[in-house]
Write a protein that binds this ligand. Structure first.
Ligand code: DAH
Length: 340
C-alpha cells in the first residue's frame, strides 16, 4: 500500500471514530422519540446521513485499502445501529412507565371565595332601600370641616370636633383641617348641595373614630345614612321606612322604637332601637332634618322638610348573623368568614 493510500485510510478511520463518538453523545442526550428520529436522520439517513457520506469516502479509497476500510465502515454502521436501538429502548420504556391518564377522574376543585359579610350587608341594605325608592350614593372618606361638622350645625366647641375624637389629617393650626370622616351624615350635605328636592338617598361607607377596639367598637366602621326630602314628610314616614327596612333585613315583623335624643342636625332627634329576640337593641340615630341644615345647603327651611337617619352597619350585621364581637369581622380569619 502506498503512503498516500495509507494516509487516506487513516483519515477514513478517524472520521468513522468521530462519527461514532458524536452519535453516542447525541443519543445519550435524547429524551424522546423525536430526538431519536432526528439522530437517526443525522447519522443513518439514507440520503444525507453521515454514514452515507462515509460510504462515499470508502468508494474513493485505494483498492488495497478497501478491505480494511470496508471492515471499519461496517463496524461503525453496526455501532450506530446499536446506539440507536439502546436509546430507543430507554426512551420507550420511560414513556411506557408514565402512569396512564384517567380522563374520567373528577377535576381538581378550586376553592371559591365569597363576599365579606359586611360587603354583603351593604349590598342587601342598598337593595332593600332601593325598593323603597332610595338611590345609593357615595361620598369621600377624607372630608373638610364644612361637610363633617359645620353644615351639620355642629358648632366649633362641640365635643364631637375634639382632636381626640377624630382622625385629623392636617396640622391642628390649619384653618380647615381635613379629617377622615367621623360619620356618613357628610353625604347628606354633599347631595343636598348638588341637587334640588325631592330626594331619597342612602349612602353606605366607612367612617373613622379613634376608639379602642373592643367587642362593640372599632376605629373604622360602616354606617348607613338615609335622607328623604319631600313635601309633607313626618316622623311617621321615618318610622315606617325604618320598620320596613328592619323587617326586610332582619326578617319577621321587627318593631322599631324611638327614644328622644339630640343631634345638632335633626330636630326633633331620636335614638332608633330595634327589637330582637325579646331585647331592644340600639341601631343608630334619626330625626327631622334641622332647618339650620336645610338653610346651610341653600334650601328654604320654610318650604322644605325631610328626615334623616344613620345606622351602624356592623351593628345590624352582628344582629342578623349572631356575631357578638365586631372585631371578628376584621380579623381575616377564614374559619370565621367561611360561615357566611
Ligand atoms: N351621624 C350620627 C352619628 O354618627 C348618626 C345620625 C343621627 C345620623 C341622626 C343621622 C341622624 O342622619 O338623623 O352618630
Amino acid at each position: 500500500m502506498t503512503d498516500v493510500a495509507a494516509t487516506a485510510l487513516e483519515a477514513f478511520r478517524t472520521e468513522l471514530e468521530r462519527l461514532q463518538r458524536d452519535a453516542a453523545t447525541v443519543l445519550a442526550a435524547a429524551v424522546d422519540e423525536a430526538a431519536i428520529e432526528a439522530a437517526r436522520i443525522e447519522f443513518a439517513g439514507a440520503r444525507s446521513g453521515r454514514l452515507k457520506a462515509a460510504q462515499k469516502l470508502l468508494g474513493g479509497l485505494d483498492p488495497a485499502a478497501k478491505p480494511e476500510g470496508g471492515r471499519l465502515f461496517n463496524e461503525a454502521k453496526a455501532a450506530v445501529a446499536a446506539l440507536l436501538e439502546v436509546a430507543q429502548e430507554r426512551v420507550g420504556s420511560a414513556e411506557e412507565s408514565l402512569p396512564p391518564v384517567d380522563v374520567t377522574l373528577p377535576g381538581e376543585i378550586l376553592p371559591r371565595g365569597h363576599m365579606h359579610p359586611i360587603t354583603r350587608t351593604i349590598r342587601q341594605v342598598q337593595e332593600i332601600m332601593g325598593r323603597l325608592g332610595f338611590e345609593s350614593v357615595d361620598g369621600p372618606e377624607v372630608e373638610d370641616q364644612w361637610h363633617n361638622f359645620e353644615a351639620l350645625a355642629i358648632s366649633p366647641e362641640h365635643p364631637a370636633r375634639d382632636p381626640l375624637d377624630n382622625f385629623y389629617l392636617s396640622v391642628a393650626q390649619a384653618a380647615d383641617p381635613l379629617l377622615l370622616r367621623s360619620q356618613t351624615s357628610t353625604v347628606q350635605i354633599r347631595v343636598m348641595e348638588s341637587r334640588e328636592p325631592p330626594l331619597r338617598i342612602v349612602s353606605l361607607g366607612r367612617v373613622y373614630r379613634p376608639d379602642t377596639a373592643d367587642a362593640t367598637h372599632y376605629p373604622m366602621f360602616h354606617q348607613v345614612e338615609g335622607l328623604l326630602i319631600e313635601p309633607g314628610t313626618t316622623m311617621a314616614h321615618l318610622k315606617s321606612v325604618l320598620r320596613l327596612f328592619a323587617s326586610s333585613f332582619l326578617g319577621g315583623d321587627v318593631h322599631v322604637r324611638f327614644r328622644p335624643s339630640f343631634f345638632p342636625f335633626t330636630e326633633p332627634s331620636v335614638e332608633v332601637d330595634m327589637e330582637w329576640g325579646g331585647r331592644w337593641v340600639e341601631m343608630g340615630g334619626a330625626g327631622m332634618v334641622d332647618p339650620a341644615v336645610l338653610a346651610a345647603v341653600g334650601y328654604d327651611p320654610d318650604v322644605v322638610t325631610g328626615f334623616a337617619f344613620g345606622l351602624g352597619v356592623e351593628r345590624i350585621a352582628a344582629r342578623r348573623y349572631g356575631v357578638d364581637d365586631i372585631r371578628d369581622f376584621y380579623r381575616n380569619d377564614v374559619r370565621f368568614l367561611r360561615q357566611f
